[in-house]
Write a new protein. Structure first.
Length: 402
C-alpha cells in the first residue's frame, strides 16, 4: 500500500544511513582494487549505483511503498552482495544497512517473508557460493548481524509508531478540548437565554396576575365607594357598614396580591370551579351594584388548579372590563362542562364597541388560555354589549381516575 507522507527526522536519518552505506561501499571498492581484481571498477561502480538507486524508487520523500521496497532491495542490493561473495569467495555484508530500512518498513503483510529471507536466506546462499563453505563462526555471525540490523529497523518502527500514536492522541485531545470548549460556550449561551426567557416569563406572569387581581379589586372598591358617597347623607349607618365591607375587600385584595407574588393560588382553590366563580360573582355584584347571573350546564367535574385559576382570571378580567369600560348593569355568566372541553361565557349589556382592540388584560387572558391549548373569542358591538368566551380542552376520564 502506497503511503504519501512527509519524511520526519527518523525517515531522514534512515535515508542518510542508506545513502551513507552506498558511499562507504563505493569508497571501500575504490581503495581496495586488489579485492576486485577479477572485474573492472567501472562495472562495480555502475552495479553499486544501480543497486542502491533502484530501491529508492519505492522509498523516497512523499512516497513510500513498503511492499515493493523489500523486493527491490532483494533483487538489486541482494544480487550485488551474492555476486561479490561468489567473485571474492568472501561473505560480504553490504546488505546490513539497507536491512535496517527493510525492518523499519516491514509489517504483518510482508514480515512473514522478509525476515527469513534476509536473515537466513543470504547466509545459506553464501554457504553454497563459497568453495568449501564459510566457517561456522562466519555463518552464525552473518545470521546474528542480519537479525540485529533487521531488529533495529523493527525497533525504530515501533518507536516511530508510538510517537505517531502519541501525536494523534494529542491532536484528538486538542480537538476534543476545542469541541468541549465550543460546546461549553453554546451551553453558556443557551443557559443565558433560558435565564433571560425565564425572567421575561416570570415578569409577564406577575404583570398578568397583578393586572387581574389589582384591577378587579380596585374596580370593586371604586364602585363601592361611589355608592358610599351617596349613602353618607341619606343613611350614615349603612355608609359605615359599606365602608367596613370595602375595607375587608381591600384587605383581601392585598392578600391576593401577596399570594400572587409568592405564586400561590387563590384561597379556596380546592373548591369546585362553579363555587369559586359564584363567590367571585357575588362579591363583585355586592360592591358594584351589578346584576350578575351565574348558570352551570352539564355535569361538573374537578379540574386542575391551573385550569381553574385561568377561568377565574378570565372572569375577573371580563367583569372588570364590563363595568369599567362598558358601564354594564347586567352580566350573564354561563359555565358549560363537556366531556372534552370546559367553556366559560361572560355576556354583558354594556355599551360595547364596533372597533374592539385587545388591551393588556385581554392579551394576558389570551396567553393564559393558549398555554392550555384553549381558545378565546371576544365579540362586541356598539349598543349591544360584549361577549367573552373562554374554552379550554380537558380529559374527563383522566380527572375521574385521579
Amino acid at each position: 500500500m502506497v503511503q504519501r507522507k512527509q519524511f520526519e527526522w527518523v525517515d531522514w536519518s534512515l535515508f542518510a544511513i542508506f545513502i551513507g552505506s552506498f558511499a562507504v561501499n563505493v569508497l571501500f571498492m575504490a581503495t581496495s582494487p586488489k579485492e576486485f581484481e577479477h572485474t573492472t571498477t567501472q562495472f562495480l561502480l555502475g552495479a553499486f549505483t544501480a543497486a542502491f538507486a533502484f530501491p529508492m524508487i519505492f522509498w523516497r520523500p512523499n512516497y513510500v511503498n513498503p511492499v515493493w521496497f523489500p523486493v527491490a532491495v532483494l533483487l538489486s542490493i541482494g544480487s550485488v552482495q551474492l555476486y561479490l561473495t561468489w567473485l571474492t569467495q568472501v561473505s560480504y555484508g553490504i546488505l546490513y544497512c539497507p536491512l535496517i530500512v527493510v525492518g523499519y518498513l516491514s509489517d504483518r503483510k510482508n514480515a512473514w517473508w522478509t525476515a527469513p529471507v534476509f536473515i537466513l536466506g543470504f547466509p545459506i546462499a553464501s554457504f553454497f557460493l563459497i568453495h568449501g563453505g564459510p566457517t561456522l563462526i562466519g555463518f552464525v555471525f552473518s545470521i546474528v548481524n542480519g537479525t540485529l540490523f533487521f531488529g533495529i529497523g523493527l525497533g525504530i518502527q515501533r518507536f516511530q509508531n508510538t510517537i505517531d500514536k502519541s501525536k494523534k492522541l494529542l491532536q484528538e485531545n486538542q480537538y476534543q478540548y476545542q469541541l468541549i470548549h465550543q460546546q461549553n460556550k453554546v451551553l453558556e449561551q443557551y443557559a443565558n437565554q433560558i435565564e433571560y426567557q425565564t425572567l421575561v416569563e416570570e415578569r409577564n406572569r406577575m404583570a398578568r396576575e397583578l393586572h387581574d387581581t389589582v384591577g378587579h379589586t380596585f374596580t370593586s372598591v371604586i364602585m363601592g365607594m361611589d355608592a358610599v358617597s351617596y349613602l353618607i347623607e341619606a343613611s350614615p349607618q349603612k355608609a359605615l357598614e359599606r365602608l367596613d365591607i370595602l375595607r375587608h375587600v381591600t384587605r383581601n385584595g392585598l392578600e391576593e396580591v401577596r399570594r400572587t407574588i409568592h405564586q400561590m393560588a387563590p384561597v379556596g382553590d380546592d373548591l369546585l370551579l362553579s363555587l369559586q366563580l359564584a363567590g367571585l360573582v357575588n362579591e363583585f355584584a355586592l360592591h358594584t351594584g351589578t346584576k350578575v347571573h351565574v348558570e352551570t350546564r352539564g355535569t361538573e367535574y374537578d379540574l386542575p388548579k391551573q385550569t381553574k385559576l385561568t377561568f377565574i382570571r378570565c372572569l375577573q378580567e371580563a367583569l372588570t372590563n364590563a363595568k369599567r369600560h362598558g358601564s354594564a348593569s347586567t352580566v350573564h355568566v354561563v359555565l358549560i362542562f363537556q366531556a372534552n372541553r370546559v367553556e366559560l361565557s361572560i355576556e354583558d349589556d354594556g355599551e360595547g364597541t364596533n372597533e374592539f382592540k385587545a388591551g393588556f388584560g385581554i392579551t394576558s387572558m389570551q396567553e393564559r388560555i393558549s398555554a392550555l391549548q384553549g381558545m378565546l373569542h371576544v365579540k362586541s358591538a356598539s349598543g349591544r354589549g360584549t361577549t367573552v368566551v373562554c374554552s379550554i380542552p380537558t380529559r374527563l376520564e383522566a380527572y375521574r381516575e385521579a
